[in-house]
Design a protein around this ligand. Structure first.
Ligand code: SF4
Length: 372
């Protein structure tokens, strides 16, 4: 049987920078974008020779803003993937979009090449918040974009929400969330704003909601989404039954994925590697740099950290089989959190509760020190 592989394609272009963003992305002209697409297609061909033993079951276009480069360019990359890789019939194919670059032409073209999932960065449904983050769209534009996508038959739509924004109250978070829920997404990713050093937002030295208010916001999001039938399947991700992100799930269970494009990361053939965060290097054909052989202790650490962020948790028998190591020390460390309502053990599977997710950093550092 062939192994399964996820493909990640990085599109590092944005119309302008959001004030909080420290990702590798920038505004480019048409000829730079075209050159990059040519390089992407070339690299897809190069990789296909090493992937004959794989079937691709997820493809994810992330960025940056993939929707910004338009339907024709995205279609040319997707067609290259179809012709070079063995993509299964019902593969999950996701394109990240921003509301201001979603239009009829893009949607029609993506639909024709079987893109079946859109991840739309909305962040807030309040115009003053959007402005403070230097987002390029308004709440009305976001609504119209989602409705247009639905009209064109996209029924698997994920929306991004940011909370703990400067001068934001819990009511404001819930107002945004409720407006997003009216758009009937199948999936929501909700992240607290992190002010990254060197960003324009950091220079403004904004006053953010304190830790307690931020925790209350998280709890309010959890409760609202539970009441709307969403499953909390990862610390920052919720989905309707059957709509978990298959692609992102492979990051959390250490399944193989190949990232192509500047700054894209991979976990392939037990190795981690990444391309340089410079599109000129990528265009010139500079190969990715190997980070490390993923084995031994670091793999165990990573497995625990990722698994405890999900509702699948860690099955002790699976752990022992995977690493040929006793789960007992980890069990001992996790046991003490049950009484505080932070962890639970169901049929040998250890899972953090939603309250446990909130303090997961402290729990993880305790659990990791228990590994022998
Ligand atoms: S759209 Fe996304 S990647 Fe682009 S600047 Fe804003 S946050 Fe960063």
């Amino acid at each position: 049987m062939k192994n399964k592989l996820g493909l990640y394609i990085h599109i590092p272009f944005c119309a302008s920078k959001c004030s909080y963003c420290d990702f590798y992305s920038f505004a480019a002209n048409d000829s730079q974008i075209d050159e990059y697409i040519k390089a992407l297609i070339k690299e897809i061909k190069n990789w296909s020779e090493k992937c004959t033993q794989y079937v691709v079951d997820t493809v994810y276009f992330g960025g940056g803003t993939p929707s910004l480069i338009g339907g024709d360019r995205l279609v040319s990359v997707i067609k290259a993937i179809y012709s070079e890789f063995n993509v299964i019939k019902d593969a999950e194919i996701t394109v990240e979009c921003n509301p201001d670059s979603i239009n009829e032409d893009l949607l029609l073209k993506l639909k024709k090449v079987n893109v079946n999932r859109l991840s739309i960065g909305i962040q807030s449904m309040q115009d003053d918040m959007l402005k403070a983050l230097s987002r390029r769209h308004t709440a009305i534009q976001a609504k119209n974009a989602v409705n247009l996508a639905k009209k064109h038959g996209f029924n698997n739509i994920s929306l991004d929400l940011m909370y703990a924004l400067p001068n934001q109250s819990i009511d404001m978070v819930l107002d945004s969330l409720n407006q997003m829920l009216e758009l009937e997404p199948t999936h929501l990713s909700c992240y607290a704003l992190k002010v990254e050093e060197g960003t324009p937002l950091a220079k403004q030295n904004p006053i953010l909601p304190d830790e307690d208010i931020s925790a209350d916001m998280y709890n309010a999001i959890c409760e609202t989404l539970k009441n709307h039938g969403f499953e909390h399947y990862e610390i920052s991700n919720w989905a309707k039954n059957g709509y978990y992100s298959k692609h992102n799930s492979r990051y959390w269970d250490l399944s193989e994925y190949l990232g192509i494009g500047s700054s894209a990361h991979s976990l392939f053939n037990s190795q981690r590697f990444e391309y340089s965060a410079n599109i000129n290097d990528f265009i010139l054909g500079v190969k990715p740099i190997e980070e490390e052989k993923v084995d031994g202790f670091s793999q165990i650490e990573e497995f625990i950290m990722l698994a405890l962020r999900t509702s699948k948790g860690i099955n002790s028998l699976d752990y022992e089989q995977r690493f040929n190591k006793s789960f007992k020390p980890i069990e001992k460390a996790l046991k003490k959190y049950i009484a505080h309502g932070l962890a639970q053990n169901i049929d040998n599977t250890w899972i953090l509760t939603e309250t446990g997710f909130l303090v997961s950093n402290a729990i993880l550092s305790d659990v990791l020190t228990s590994i022998e």
